[in-house]
Design a protein around this ligand. Structure first.
Ligand code: GLP
Length: 236
């Protein structure tokens, strides 16, 4: 793992955007894996700035997001579809048809997971996967478990994740209880990974994930086995 320490959230965001921007410049038709949550918001803002300044061209880029809530319409302000539109897609020249998220309104969740996994493979796999981390070590919505999930799957969210996500909802009952998420196998097949960890409240899980034993109880710990994983840390 290549671990980069940043002093501030702004520095973390700028460094992350440079890494993603460099991928777009070196491979204009790259396939990017994107993440949601509070952590990558600054990175997306930097990427928008780089587009507006004429540094980046998104016309050949394709994106696949890690996950989507199940049963949330895309018009819902808390859907990850809505998040990506608001934070990135509507401000850059990416083609809408090249942006992909699991369909959280699919009738058959399992069928949708299989379709999404096949679509990623048909696109040639992910060149660079951006990741955040949950307080319990989850990546995407891969919650602590007895085994690592191999492919995109329908996940039941843990209480810890439902509590963390309830900050975006009027009350806890409104928070979706399940999601469609790339599996750990899907994430590990990305050719390059960029993990962002920000905030003092993430210092403990960062320590476990980066330096502790590799275990499905701390899903992000598997990244220690990835050949090209960069971590940007701002946890002091
Ligand atoms: C959600 C997302 C994850 C994200 C996590 C942490 O659970 N599914 O992809 O990493 O939140 O979010 P934050 O960056 O807001 O702490």
């Amino acid at each position: 793992m290549n671990i980069i320490k940043a002093k501030t959230y702004e520095e973390l965001s700028a460094k992350a955007a440079v890494i993603i921007g460099a991928k777009i410049l070196s491979k204009p038709s790259c396939v990017l894996g994107f993440a949601t949550g509070g952590t990558p918001v600054g990175t997306y803002a930097e990427l928008v700035r780089m587009y507006k300044e004429g540094v980046l061209d998104w016309s050949g880029v394709a994106t696949y997001n890690l996950d989507e809530y199940y049963g949330n319409p895309v018009t819902d302000k808390n859907s990850y579809y809505y998040f990506m539109q608001q934070n990135l897609f509507k401000y850059v020249n990416i083609k809408q048809e090249n942006t992909h998220l699991p369909n959280g309104m699919a009738k058959d969740a399992e069928e949708e997971c299989a379709r999404y996994e096949a679509a990623i493979n048909a696109a040639g796999g992910i060149d660079l996967q951006l990741l955040g981390i949950g307080h319990n070590g989850h990546i995407g919505f891969n919650e602590p478990a007895d085994a690592f999930a191999e492919i995109t799957n329908h996940v039941k969210l843990t209480d810890s994740t439902i509590n963390a996500n309830s900050r975006y909802y009027a009350n806890r009952d409104e928070v979706p209880k399940s999601a469609l998420s790339m599996g750990i196998g899907t994430i590990m097949r990305a050719r390059k990974i960029l993990l962002l960890i920000s905030g003092k409240d993430k210092a403990e899980i960062a320590q476990k994930a980066l330096y502790g034993p590799v275990t499905p109880r701390v899903p992000a710990s598997i990244l220690q086995y990835h050949k090209h994983c960069t971590v940007i840390l701002a946890v002091d």
